[in-house]
Design a protein around this ligand. Sequence first.
Ligand code: GAR
Length: 207
Amino acid sequence: MPPKKFRLGVLVSGRGTNLQSILDAIGKGEVPAEVGVIISNKETAPALERGRQHGVESIFLNPKDFASREAYDRELVTLLNARDIDLVCLAGYMKILTAGFIRAFAGKIINIHPSLLPAFPGLDVQQKALDHGVKFAGCTVHFVEEEVDTGPIVLQAVVPVQDGDTTETLSARILEQEHQIYPRAIQLIAENRLRIQGRRVLIQEPE
Ligand code: GAR
């Protein structure tokens, strides 16, 4: 029997370009993993359609069907465990995870965020970077901990801010870099090449 593939569960809420970059990188053989399931909290998320076009099970889990955030996240855990998921990838998932979910997948959840953390956690961060006047913006892949946008950093990419930038132009250049570093971070985890020392994530050479 071939060895079991490293299985990703991707949580989404929107257009799904990061999901697409993961599917494409897997398709090109750059990431030794497979997407086992895609779950969205938004019924109309284009990400669901992208998943279905790739033949990946793509589920809309309606928050309105659950009495609490905790109950919703318990169902998420059940769905992911039933599909033998090794790593949960947040790809534009705009719902804050409960502590129960984060404990259930401790050390096995990563997120992509469109700023150079710890600068600009939260929402609308490309606009916040412009408003602040930073000269360098960028994006971060990090492990997810209970406090939002705080976990150990796996990879970052720097994007210089240009004088004529608007939120749209800066966001587009950051997004290009997101599509590079997110599949790369997943590759490193799937190849078991990360070692965590305190807050530092060290990358080992391939064996
Ligand atoms: C991406 O820019 C991602 O970094 C951001 O949402 C966008 C999703 O785009 N995530 C966050 O802001 C998380 N705090 P996508 O649906 O096209 O991948």
